[in-house]
Design a protein around this ligand. Structure first.
Ligand SMILES: Cc1cc2nc3c(=O)[nH]c(=O)nc-3n(C[C@H](O)[C@H](O)[C@H](O)COP(=O)(O)OP(=O)(O)OC[C@H]3O[C@@H](n4cnc5c(N)ncnc54)[C@H](O)[C@@H]3O)c2cc1C
Length: 433
């Protein structure tokens, strides 16, 4: 039996149920499928990780093919050439129901869980309603049994095809690599691939996790795992990670595991409230008086707002394709509260520039920070970026690392003025609630 395995954000051989099942039942035809709408930095990161996967498959005697079309069109193109098609579910709202319809209408098309600890319908309240608050979600979901990870595929037989119009063995056909010098910067900061991802996980668990609870909030300490790029592209399986943590570091793992459940919660919200792909979860924000100000938006993107912590974060993002979580919260708060710019503008910038761009986490983070999402920061909680810097970067080393020597503090909107204006705007929404 010839089985096409369609790779998407699961660029690995370990804990890959679709690949493992195919390996047990026939010859595998591995094809990476590119969906529309990926951001520039993530496209490049995907390219780098695909090279790793390509190498691993080649070493086993296979060929990785690349499809320039989305999953539905790819299946239409290849179904004549294979007996079955396997892939992992995507919880992107534009994909999930589309793929489910396809699976129902083709008996030889089969989807598997490959990106979450538990599918979002397994973590609802007893009456089936979804959660909107993290703590009860976590309490419930944490008690569930997370299925064991599947062993890495080490041996398999492979099928090969001569190229068909939209499926080829040439990675360049995807055009993921922008061939621009900014990619050198990403290469300096990040090494791609499954092997590297597993190595980084081991280093984190054996050298850093015991201090995670304390160190994770201080950007200069690099105390968080910095594994999000590997999770986003699927070079690491979250399920393998979870079981490895419990096996190797159970007594100190809980604060970190809790963060993995924030990721689960973000997917839970996106799955049960698909409108959040484009709109605030809280309907009171439908007519929020967001300002239009192209100059402010550009200043924010370039790290030229005159607020040091915000600007340092935006420069870190531009240089590395990543930003520390504490700083993400601050730059998002400044954009949506002090500048009163629509959270979707910030979200789009993150989507284009983050190598860990993740559809659920990005939406969730932005809705949380702007106050319109699930379990969101209350509207009157407006981060003071100076106090935040004092608390989490007290010696200023993080800010010094990213700000140019010529940097001058000359805020486009000061904390006090921005705070007052935001409170008035947010007060209006509250009264509409
Ligand atoms: C405005 C905003 C936008 C964000 N956009 C993204 C995004 O596009 N992609 C992304 O992966 N994360 C996003 N986050 C969440 C968080 O900032 C990153 O997951 C985290 O900084 C990644 O670093 P780490 O791997 O060292 O995290 P660690 O602290 O080591 O956490 C381990 C893992 O848990 C998950 N996690 C941690 N914090 C969160 C959180 N707050 N929400 C959901 N999952 C979390 C991530 O998968 C992370 O890799 C965003 C947060 C904000 C405030």
């Amino acid at each position: 039996m010839k089985i096409a395995v369609l790779f998407r954000n699961d660029l690995r051989l370990h804990d890959h149920p679709a690949l493992m099942t195919a390996a047990q039942h026939g010859e595998i035809l591995p094809i990476y499928v590119m969906e529309e709408g990926l951001g520039t930095a993530f496209r490049y990161w995907t390219h780098k990780n695909l090279l790793g996967l390509q190498k691993s498959l080649t070493e086993m005697g296979g060929t990785l093919y690349f499809s320039t079309q989305n999953l539905v069109k790819t299946i239409a193109t290849i179904k004549e050439h294979v007996d079955a098609i396997y892939f992992h579910r995507s919880y992107h709202p534009d994909h999930f129901s589309r793929d489910a319809v396809l699976e129902k209408s083709h008996p030889n098309v089969r989807s598997f869980e490959g990106s979450l600890l538990l599918p979002p319908w397994k973590t609802t309240k007893e009456n089936g309603d979804p959660y909107k608050v993290f703590s009860p979600f976590y309490k419930n979901a944490r008690q569930k049994v997370v299925p064991a990870a599947v062993k890495a595929v080490q041996e398999a037989t492979f099928a090969h095809i001569t190229s068909i119009a939209t499926v080829s063995s040439n990675i360049e056909s995807l055009n993921l690599h922008p061939h621009h010098s900014w990619t050198d910067k990403i290469d300096v900061h990040w090494m791609a691939g499954e092997e590297e991802a597993i190595q980084q996980l081991k280093v984190f668990v054996h050298e850093k996790i015991a201090r995670y609870k304390v160190a994770r909030d201080f950007p200069i300490q690099h105390g968080s795992s910095e594994l999000s790029p590997y999770l986003a592209v699927g070079a690491l399986s979250v399920r393998s990670m979870y079981h490895y943590l419990l096996q190797q570091a159970e007594s100190v793992a809980e604060p970190f595991i809790r963060q993995l459940f924030w990721r689960e919660f973000a997917y839970h919200i996106l799955f049960h409230f698909p409108k959040t792909l484009h709109s605030p979860l809280n309907p009171a924000f439908a007519h929020f008086p967001w300002q239009e100000n192209a100059e402010h938006l550009t200043a924010w993107k370039k790290g030229e707002t005159g607020i040091p912590l915000v600007d340092a974060g935006m420069k870190e993002l531009w240089e590395t394709g990543y930003m520390h979580n504490r700083v993400r919260m601050n730059v998002a708060s400044y954009l949506t509260k002090h500048l009163l710019l629509d959270y979707r503008k910030g979200m789009a910038w993150f989507w284009d520039t983050l190598i860990d761009a993740d559809i659920a986490n990005n939406i969730f983070g932005w809705q949380w920070a702007s106050g319109c999402g699930a379990d969101a920061a209350p509207y009157f909680r407006i981060f003071n970026p100076y106090l935040q810097a004092e608390k989490f970067d007290s010696n200023g080393l993080y800010q010094k690392e990213w700000l140019p020597n010529s940097y001058e503090e000359n805020p486009i909107v000061s904390h006090d003025a921005g705070r007052k204006r935001a409170l008035l705007a947010y007060e209006e929404v509250k009264n509409r609630d």
